[in-house]
Design a protein around this ligand. Sequence first.
Ligand code: C5J
Length: 231
Amino acid sequence: MNSDVREIRSLAVQARPFDFPFDLATTALVIIDMQRDFIEPGGFGASLGNDVSLLGAIVPACRRTLQAWRAAGGLVLHTREAHRPDLRDCPPAKRLRGNPQLRIGDVGPMGRVLVSGEPGVEIIPALAPLAGEIVVDKPGKGMFYGTPVQLLLQQAGIRSLVFMGVTTEVCVQTSMREANDRGYDCLVLEDCTESYFPAFKAQALEMVRAQGGIVGWTATSAQLLAALHSE
Ligand code: C5J
């Protein structure tokens, strides 16, 4: 949807470290890397020995939030961690660290790992993008590096971002930090993000809201929905 047809509504979410003010017309819901390979049993994440049920547990809250955001008419941006099939956008520093048994580009349980067009790269069906929603493949952990995200947000008149997705301390936090440095106000939804390591999630959320919101704000999805349904 274009910014000029989105409704202007000034709202506030009860958040930490203090209320998060936003306007629906200038705020995007950003859903980071809710891909089959990270979330579903039998994918890349599971093959590395991770308990993917931790990540799967946030799907209902993400879905409720996405549906409420869509109903309110807000802009939605989905990202996927994905590389070109020739891996020219995957530096050795990324490909050669990690599990030597199954590297990016190798054939995993759901096709070539983190390669565009492969089944594992797709967003899980419960959160599948609708026509008109933005979907961006990103070669890094952050959503701005090597992508047109900044241009797309600018063109849509976006100034604030609400984050969901996985994993909290890697792609979500990196994207939030990149966005914060670019001047966006960022809120992450605590029950709509997860890590394979619960302690990392808890610490990442603390880091975001520490020192008066040095990276941004945190709130629950219920707090966001309460703001959307206020007035
Ligand atoms: C994401 C990762 N999406 N942990 N990737 O967080 O490698």
